[in-house]
Design a protein around this ligand. Sequence first.
Ligand SMILES: Nc1nc2c(ncn2[C@@H]2O[C@H](COP(=O)(O)OP(=O)(O)OP(=O)(O)O)[C@@H](O)[C@H]2O)c(=O)[nH]1
Ligand SMILES: [Mg+2]
Length: 604
Amino acid sequence: AVESTLFSGALRFIAGLSKVTGSGIREATTAAVVLRCKRPLPEPKFVVLPHSSTMSLSLRSLIVPPSTTTLRARTALQWSLKFTTATPFAEKVTSQGLRVSREEVETVTVESREITSSPQNQLIASDSSEEIQGVINNNGFAVLREPEKIRTPSNLSTRSEYEKIKDDKSNEDRFKLRNGREVFEEKAYLISIERKGDQEDLFGIEESLKELAQLADTAGLLVVGSTSQKLATPNPRTYIGSGKVAEIKNAIHALDVETVIFDDELSAGQLRNLEKAFGGDVRVCDRTALILDIFNQRAVTHEAALQVALAQMEYQLPRLTKMWSHLERQAGGRVKGMGEKQIEVDKRILRTQIGALKKELESVRKHRKQYRSRRCSVPVPVVSLVGYTNAGKSTLLNKLTGANVLAEDRLFATLDPTTRRVQTKNGKEFLLTDTVGFIQKLPTTLVAAFRATLEEISESSLLVHVVDISHPLAQQQIDAVEKVLSELDVASIPKLMVWNKVDKVGYPHQVKMETEQREDVICVSALNGDGLQEFCDAVNAKLKDSMVWVEAFVPFEKGELLNTIHQVGMVEGTEYKENGTLVRAHVPLALARQLTPMRQLCKS
Ligand SMILES: Nc1nc2c(ncn2[C@@H]2O[C@H](COP(=O)(O)OP(=O)(O)OP(=O)(O)O)[C@@H](O)[C@H]2O)c(=O)[nH]1
Ligand SMILES: [Mg+2]
């Protein structure tokens, strides 16, 4: 097993792509890397790419297996790679290459599916590494190739087979546009486990499975089947029982399944054993990996991308053994112990990368904090929207502020907090922040990674818990959100609950009547604007509760302070005096502090 320079050329090409996407092109780029071999390949091959480049839907960013369809022909391997803005790995593409012996490789070509040729992203094929580097430095694409091999294919049958795969229209159909990005639609099979006597799970097995299907759909997978099992204790080797493994194996082979997804987090050993048991090219992953993949697809800002990358690496660290077991198998056991050492090396690399990422995240956050504290000097109260994913938080923000946050009927549409100013009819103002949605069984690695973003919630004056009241599991979702909130140190912040999507329920009047009887619950439809005035009134009333009563004498030269009081506070009365104004009002604590000297003045 030697690293192929051919392939490192392809990797450089990819590095070039990522450089382009990193410097302006917002959306991901899909590139197909095609590797053609002289003879049928004996085993599925894996290519190990640096962490930050991920195959679209590979669900495992360190290991990029060739897509299964092309594998069947066994003469050509194709990778579909996706790059996002945060793929600064050009310099990291070095030692880890494809483990295919050099003699086997005939050609490596890279086809960009989206980027058209222009001086900015020029594509060249060359056998000179200097030339390639030059192009890459100019934000172009380049692939290292060995010309004679490309010109004279030694095996014609291989060539026609390769052509067949390339022209395979059924493959073409499986590239779907998701969220503005092109993804390969893999066939997925879902497995959910119910632990007997487990009180922890708020959701029933069927509901949890339905949610997993929604997650899979969001990730761009095509769910072709599912099953569930009740278990007293999970099998330490395979999580599910051996009978169930056999049953699933039959089902997935009949359905041509490419990816099997478990609804619970699996250990590295379980993943490996299951993959072995299912055989073939089937990949096994768990709910956490799926959510990580969605987050990875959706991260837009630098900070979100960093957070997701960090969560992915922390998820991978204990699971690293897996990829090397494949490589060992390929090596045919000839190089004993090589895999073991490699794991250590890899873990070290990964730990270093994790450290570097954490540092970078810290500096990004520091920056944001400074920005926020600048914002705080104008003490407009901050109201945070929290809630289960898909509850309608972004729709509500958009409706109230005219913002243009992506809102769609998929899970985790929003990853980054967006803040906008809301002006209510009576001239009052508050800032409304949209946040990442919650979900049951939220992976701990993700909670940790997003903690900083969520911690901003703890600095707001009011939490608005948005609930999709039309959802059959609304109560369970409320409980799941409250569970996450209880871990976030926000107990002291006043809360307001909003029952959203009231237009969708069967008996809206009944729901409205119920909210009228309940304190702290407002009923709205963010979609058609129903109840939004009541919502703003309720927010203002709530904010008033959290304000401080002041009587202050504001001299004329501080006129702008008076404006601020009117803007963010609740003024009860004003009296114009000779050299200033006496104000009686409820104001936010921060403003009350600013007014302290004038309060003293008023008393004297
Ligand atoms: N019928 C109806 N649909 C709504 C309402 N509010 C939101 N939706 C729909 O619900 C879906 C999810 O809305 P989003 O605003 O993206 O939900 P979100 O809470 O921001 O979700 P995440 O960002 O994924 O956490 C979208 O398809 C909206 O059009 C409503 O009041 N009535
Ligand atoms: Mg949203």
